[in-house]
Write a protein that binds this ligand. Structure first.
Ligand code: FAD
Ligand code: SF4
Ligand code: SF4
Length: 478
């Protein structure tokens, strides 16, 4: 055991510096600074090198955390990077946006009494350093294998699979209906959590590796799934989930009530230098407005914090449960509060006020009841607990469901679960259509980037096994 490790008793936890909230409110830059080299080594040295590392068990990618922490503490950064990259396609992205408090860091055994190792920040530091020093090279194969794959969706699941399959020598074609690569990494997640050049440089590398992107191409509209199956040896569906859950109630159709992803996409496109008509006209811009965001997940947190940065007059978040029971990451709630967001816990909207446009939300107070079958406390309205809040921009952030893919792809044989997600064989990652695989949110439902990466890597391995077997059968038949 290196003398450098086990420093958690003497070295306190010190995360990366966070910019002052007043400064954060005025721009869309990331809020956490990178570690300086000395601090990264010092913080990595706090790890106690557990025999059974629960951090690794609870990382969806089973990253070899203790080993890359040790290498970082010893200053062996290139080796640390090689190890981090062996299990994670985008360590610099996960280091920034994984909810570490629920995953690796939340399960670090030194947490009680001594705060956890700052795993995410070290992972980010290692990989940012690797980019700076040119250690990250295009995923070009040693030899082409003569087979091709079609991947539908350039989000993290599709990209993780593309990376893996390209290294194995496949001609990889990625189709996406958007004009840029990255899926929700580029158009959903705001710049202050993940700066866009970090995603764009990966896109450049993939093109340099020979991956072909067919952008502005929607499968089901511009090309059929049947066409793709005819073009490629196998196909991966990684289309994510985009159907926004809606809300009822009088006045819900009033102008000024918008969907979260429309709002966030407009902000991200504006940040990328585009002219977005609905942003320019003010429909999707919170500047000077009294904003109410409805919902308690990470999307809601991104909306409230975007509105603050756009210069809203005030920003409230209405959520029907309390702080302890909200699905969003506590770290993001704290960041939002620091930036001036007001949370109105235990409140649910009943109606939207206004004539020509929304002017307010009528809501009702809720209280927590007994746990339901899932163990989660139910909520019920408090009699007479009606109240109103003013609003001239209401953002609905209530989650996402899958679109009807069998219908969109004109493939009635493509089987879905009762939630509308794609049904796969969880060992082979294959859908009900032979040679068509699926990964990411379209299988799991709205989830996390780290799970999309894991699913994309798993699906790629299964596609490879299936194509090799099929190729062998074809050769044998000749
Ligand atoms: P996506 O990223 O959704 O990518 C799917 C791609 O498929 C898109 O590019 C889409 O254009 C394309 N596509 C869809 N249909 C078609 C079609 N018919 N033809 C061609 N292309 C198509 N996760 C975290 O871990 N941390 C966070 O902080 C976080 N914040 C989030 C904030 C917001 C606002 C949202 C909405 C999600 C957030 N998530 C976060 C969740 C995370 O972004 C997703 O779990 C992840 O992106 C899923 O990856 P995916 O590849 O399955 O799908
Ligand atoms: Fe933690 Fe996410 Fe990195 Fe895994 S990928 S070690 S969960 S930050
Ligand atoms: Fe190190 Fe914490 Fe992981 Fe143990 S659980 S190996 S202390 S990071």
């Amino acid at each position: 055991m290196a003398e450098r490790m086990l420093k958690f008793v003497t070295v306190p936890q010190q995360g990366p510096d966070k910019r002052d909230a007043a400064a954060r409110r005025t721009d869309f830059d990331e809020i956490y600074d990178s570690f300086a080299p000395a601090r990264a080594a010092q913080q990595a040295s706090r790890c106690s090198q557990c025999g059974v590392p629960f951090c690794q068990v609870h990382c969806p990618l089973h990253n070899n955390i203790p080993d890359w922490l040790k290498l970082t503490a010893e200053g062996r950064l290139e080796e640390a990077y090689e190890l981090a990259a062996a299990t994670n396609t985008f360590p610099e992205i996960c280091g920034r946006i994984c909810p570490q408090d629920r995953l690796c860091e939340g399960n670090c055994v030194i947490e009680r009494g001594y705060e956890s190792v700052t795993i995410g920040a070290v992972e980010r530091y290692i990989t940012d350093t690797a980019w700076e020093r040119g250690w990250i090279r295009p995923a070009a194969p040693r030899a082409e294998n003569g087979m091709s794959v079609g991947i539908v969706g350039a989000g993290p699941a599709g990209l993780a699979a593309a990376d893996h399959l390209r290294r194995l020598g496949y001609a990889v074609h990625v189709y996406d209906r958007y004009d840029r690569v990255g899926g929700l990494l580029i158009y959903g997640i705001p710049n202050f959590k993940l700066e866009k050049p970090i995603v764009l440089r990966r896109w450049e590398q993939y093109e340099a590796a020979g991956i072909v992107f067919h952008l502005n191409v929607e499968i089901g509209r511009d090309i059929t799934l049947a066409d793709l199956r005819a073009r490629h040896e196998s196909v991966l569906i990684a289309t994510g989930v985009y159907k926004a859950r809606d809300i009822g109630g009088p006045g819900v159709g009033l102008p000024g009530i918008v969907a979260a992803l429309d709002y966030l996409t407009a902000s991200n496109r504006h940040g990328l230098g585009e002219t977005v008509p609905d942003f320019a006209s003010g429909v999707l811009d919170a500047r000077g407005k009294t904003v109410v965001v409805i919902g308690g997940g990470d999307t809601a947190m991104d909306c409230v914090r975007t509105a603050v940065r756009q210069g809203a007059a005030s920003v409230k978040c209405l959520y029907r449960r309390d702080r302890a029971n909200m699905p969003g990451s506590m770290r993001e709630v704290k960041n939002a509060e620091e930036e001036g967001v007001e949370f109105v816990w235990l409140s649910a909207p009943e109606a939207f006020l206004g004539d020509a446009a929304v002017t307010g939300v009528r809501a009702i107070r809720m209280r927590l009841g007994l746990p339901d079958a899932s163990g989660r406390q139910t909520v019920e309205p408090v009699e007479g607990g009606h109240f109103s809040v003013p609003a001239d921009l209401v953002v609905k952030a209530l989650g996402f469901d899958p679109e009807d893919l069998p219908d969109a792809f004109a493939e009635p044989e493509l089987k879905v679960t009762r939630w509308g997600t794609l049904k796969i064989d969880h060992r082979s990652c294959m859908t009900s259509l032979p040679g068509v695989f699926a990964a990411g949110d379209i299988v799991r439902g709205a989830s996390l980037v780290v799970w999309a990466i894991r699913d994309g890597r798993d699906a790629a391995a299964q596609m490879h096994a299936w194509m090799r077997q099929n190729a062998a059968i074809a050769v044998a038949a000749e």
